[in-house]
Write a protein that binds this ligand. Structure first.
Ligand code: KDG
Length: 315
């Protein structure tokens, strides 16, 4: 049984190959995305067993997703094939080197039909970490109920819950995300938000005050992503700042998932919190410097090369 378990939707992502409005784009690169699937691949590449729970359609895109995740070594035994609904897809539009947009085609997707009964209690109960994000509860009422069921199982078996709010406004009605995500956050032991998300959830701007809010809600650790300024970690006892390494940003999508993966792997290895934060930051930095949602997720060896502790020798 995997040490880390996560649940959510994976999609096939089509990224336009040139800087052009999507309307005029003619060629696309096919890839794989979905926050929790990215996280799972990140955890696995860093050397920890991980299982991803979901539904995919009985279609070529579902096959693509499952084959890819299996080849990464992610446990997919908790994935159901849904014969009646398609695998979700999304498009990434690159208007220019600064502006990018995403267009989802995931309403009514197989993953949005996840139900609490899809969960195997023993599977979650034997993990050390359950990682959830704010995307899954936005997909449908049954997905939201599935997230709450996973939380209930984790709580009843003392499994640590990590939570990334991952606010995707295109998936929410009005301000509904605030109520739902703040409710979920109170069950989390580890919260991994972006600074902007903290601002949106609490209406305050100071990173320290945002972290304190999550601590007051019950979190033991808050690791706040500060973009190219690095990250900040807060517990009741300490506050740690970590500057980010300078990298050339080519695609920020998936960096937060990489950060989460690095942080959780550091914790599972029993590292000092400062080292966990450093790994999280470095994984995030490596991801933003690579095109694709999950392509850039590094192995531990690649992290060492990035840090200059190892030399890459091409054989
Ligand atoms: O965190 C990156 C994800 O957001 C991306 O891979 C796909 O938009 C996506 C989603 O909703 O999971």
């Amino acid at each position: 049984m995997p040490t880390v378990v996560t649940l959510g939707e994976a999609m096939v992502v089509f990224t336009s190959e040139e800087y052009i409005p999507l309307e005029y784009a003619t060629s696309f690169k096919k890839g794989l995305g979905g926050a929790e699937a990215n996280f799972a691949v990140g955890v696995r590449r860093l050397g920890v067993d991980v299982g991803w729970i979901s539904r995919i359609g009985k279609d070529p895109f579902g096959n693509f997703i499952i084959k890819n995740l299996k080849s990464e070594g992610v446990d997919v035994s908790g994935v159901k094939i849904d014969e009646d609904h398609p695998t979700g897809i999304y498009f990434k539009e690159k208007r220019n080197s600064i502006i990018a947009n995403v267009y989802y085609y995931r309403k009514g997707s197989a993953a949005s039909f996840m139900v609490p009964e899809d969960l195997d209690e023993g599977y979650i109960a034997s993990a050390k970490i359950l990682h959830i994000t704010g995307i899954t509860p936005a997909l449908s009422d049954t997905c939201r109920a599935t997230v709450y069921k996973a939380i209930e199982i984790a709580k009843s078996h003392n499994i640590t819950i990590s939570f990334d709010p991952n606010i995707r406004l295109k998936l929410w009605k009005d301000n509904e995300y605030k109520r739902v995500l703040l409710d979920i956050a109170q069950y989390a032991d580890i919260v991994l938000p972006g600074l902007e998300e903290g601002k949106m959830l609490f209406g305050i701007t100071e990173p320290e005050s945002i972290a304190k809010k999550f601590l007051d809600m019950g979190a033991k650790i808050v690791a706040l992503k500060l973009g190219n300024k690095g990250a900040m970690l807060v517990t009741q006892e300490q506050t740690i700042y970590q500057l980010s390494s300078k990298v050339k940003e080519v695609d920020p999508v998936g960096a937060g998932d990489g950060f989460d993966a690095g942080f959780i792997v550091g914790l599972l290895r029993g590292w000092e919190l400062k080292e966990c934060l450093r790994l999280a930051n470095d994984v995030g930095a490596i991801v933003v410097s690579t095109k694709g949602d999950m392509e850039g997720l590094p192995t531990m060896e690649e992290v060492e090369i990035f840090r200059g502790n190892m030399v890459h020798i091409e054989r």
